[in-house]
Ligand binder design. Structure first.
Ligand code: SAM
Length: 280
């Protein structure tokens, strides 16, 4: 088993819960004794796997299930190639365009040709991070090539991710089918970090847009023990209060749940409140 403790995902992932690791760690330690023997921790919306990684390091005897819905673990296997491509592209632009400035014309074409000619794995998520305007994502290379390029190619390699997912079970399926499999196990903790209803969702697999019906379905499949992440951008906290008020379907699952608020800073201008609601 690897020993490096990652404080952020090895490859960039929009929406990774790195600001929450201290709280997450505290809650697991407060509620799951010792090394977690007999427990199952289901990271239902696994994303970068950062929460699975943290849980497994903390509770090594627990069974940790990482639901990798976006194929992130595949990206991790190819970090070496991604670093190779990064070096090639960096050399192409270095000295020609300043950091954050637009890349256009011939140079953009050269970059596209270099990507096309590259024989190894092409990590679209990483490429978007280097070449698109901050935070923009692309679903495919074709989509990427159509957009305006900026020089955001990092100067250093990504770290080696060896050991990051050691001992963790990887699955890939919708929460619709995953949750029922563990519903009856009272020692299966549901870690729920769904996409936000109200934010742009094209960073994630678009074919599986997380809509209102998904949200309601998730509420109905939730039962303690659970740990639910939600930003104020989503209406989760208000919805839960409303559910209590009208005693709507499955309201008891959320009765007397604990609530942690945290202010997160996105950049120097934008801060927002994040919520962590949990019940064991
Ligand atoms: C906010 S992100 C999770 C981030 C993760 N906790 C981390 O720290 O990296 C939400 C994830 O849910 C995935 N997702 C979207 N629809 C889903 C579904 N129906 N079932 C399971 N996962 C889904 C998205 O692809 C995305 O990876």
């Amino acid at each position: 088993m690897g020993h490096t403790q990652f404080k952020q995902a090895p490859l960039p992932f929009v929406g990774q819960k790195r600001m929450f690791l201290t709280h997450f760690t505290q809650i697991l330690n407060d509620n799951i004794p010792d090394e977690g023997e007999g427990w199952t921790i289901v990271d239902v919306f696994g994303g970068s796997g950062l929460l699975s990684h943290t849980a497994k390091r903390l509770k090594p005897k627990a069974q940790v299930i990482y639901n990798d819905f976006d194929g992130y673990s595949e990206r991790l296997k190819h970090i070496k190639e991604t670093n190779q491509l990064r070096r090639q592209l960096f050399q192409l632009v270095d000295g020609k365009v300043s950091k954050s400035k637009v890349i256009q014309g011939e140079l953009k074409e050269e970059i596209i040709q270099a990507i096309k000619a590259f024989k190894g794995f092409k990590d679209v998520g990483a490429l978007a991070g280097w070449l698109l305007f901050s935070g923009q994502q692309a679903g495919s290379l074709d989509e990427l090539f159509k957009q305006r390029f900026y020089h955001g190619i990092r100067q250093t390699d990504y770290p080696n991710a060896e050991g990051y997912l050691d001992g963790i079970e990887i699955v890939s399926e919708s929460f619709h089918t995953l949750l029922p499999k563990h519903q009856a196990n009272s020692k299966a903790l549901f870690v729920l970090d769904p996409p936000y209803l109200c934010t742009r969702q094209n960073s994630y697999k678009m074919a599986n847009y997380f809509d209102l019906i998904d949200f309601l379905r998730l509420i109905n499949l939730t039962r303690p023990p659970f740990l639910f992440f939600s930003s104020t951008k989503s209406e989760f906290v208000r919805f839960i209060a409303y559910l209590q008020e009208i005693k709507g379907d499955n309201w008891q699952a959320f009765e007397n749940a604990q609530h942690i608020k945290m202010n997160a800073t996105l950049n120097y201008q934008v801060t927002y409140e994040d919520n962590l609601v949990f019940k064991f």
